[in-house]
Write a protein that binds this ligand. Structure first.
Ligand code: 3PG
Length: 306
């Protein structure tokens, strides 16, 4: 059995060592395709693989066609907008993710960006503090809960909106429930976005929501750039000089920001929320274990295509 790890953005080497240990202890072979630049490299590498581990790498019908022996694909991470789930099902390939494994790293990045921003990029000028400020968690899954946890330490007043999570769960994690999304944006100076990208959420955060945010609004996006309506984002930036946007990955309209709005945004060049040794180990090893368990026992806990 061959498990292929195919990652354009590689795992830390310490994570690869641990993935190898899990794989080889189970009697499987580990193949690596890291830092690949072209899909053709993936099409060749996947042709002998029984299982595939990816990060944000796109697993399309073409990849599945090339993976003639492929039985399972695991996205080492949470968001699986990069997997063509219908194509996996059509190819009789099990698709899984590893929810929660990299969530702390993403939550920490949200604060790293906030702190850097409100201290003026460590320029030496007077900044502001988080204590006593309102923070709204737009979606309250694994990352949202870690953000709430850290926000409590900073003494922030925490609100959350998530149509799929009960008030009790929010309360147990120190957050007050907002009954609709408008209330969240009206109440909170800081909003941290934690929803998946799908047909319903794409472009769902636009001008109408952003304009509700209080003075000195800071919108933090460690989810996906696709959930933002960029036309609305540009409109609010044009109207409100007090509005900041911190995003883990550059928006398509990055050039307009660079030309007009210096100091009011942070964009990471590569998606780096989950780019820590710890989260690489957690997500990578979980993926390898899930594959080994699937082959050995048929366990399908995080299967996405039932
Ligand atoms: C996720 O969905 O798990 C995160 O966005 C991490 O993605 P990455 O593995 O591509 O860094």
């Amino acid at each position: 059995m061959e498990i292929l790890v195919a990652t354009k953005k590689p795992f830390a080497q310490i994570a690869i060592r641990q993935i190898r240990e899990v794989t080889e202890a189970a009697g499987f072979k580990l193949a690596l395709l890291e830092n690949y630049k072209n899909i053709s490299e993936l099409l060749v590498a996947v042709s002998t693989a029984d299982a595939l581990i990816v990060r944000s790498d796109n697993v399309t019908a073409n990849v599945l066609d090339a993976g003639k022996q492929l039985k399972i694909v695991v996205r080492a991470g949470s968001g699986y907008d990069n997997l063509d789930i219908a194509a996996c099902t059509a190819h009789n390939v099990v698709a899984m993710n590893t929810p929660g494994q990299n969530s702390n790293a993403v939550a920490e990045l949200a604060f790293e960006m906030m702190l850097y921003q409100i201290r003026g990029g460590f320029s030496g000028n007077s900044g502001t503090e988080l204590r006593g400020k309102t923070i709204g968690l737009h979606a309250f899954g694994n990352v949202g809960k870690y953000v709430a946890d850290i926000a409590r330490g900073f003494g922030m007043d925490i609100f959350a909106y998530d149509p799929f999570v009960s008030e009790r769960v929010m309360k147990n994690n120190g957050a007050k429930q907002c009954i609709n999304v408008k209330e969240l944006y009206l109440k909170c100076q800081y909003i941290s976005i934690h929803m998946p990208s799908n047909d319903i959420t794409k472009k769902s955060i636009g001008y109408d929501l952003m304009k509700k945010m209080p003075q000195n609004a800071v919108l933090v996006n460690t989810a996906r750039k696709e959930v933002i309506d960029e036309a609305g984002l540009l409109k609010i930036f044009e109207e409100r000089a007090d509005f900041s946007y911190l995003s883990d990955i550059e928006p398509d309209c990055k050039a307009v920001f660079e030309e007009n709005y210096k100091g009011r945004f942070i964009f990471t060049a590569k998606k780096m929320g989950a780019q820590t040794e710890e989260s690489n180990i957690n997500a990578g090893v979980a993926a390898a274990r899930q594959i080994v368990e699937y082959f050995n026992t048929g366990k399908e806990k995080y299967r996405l295509n039932r």
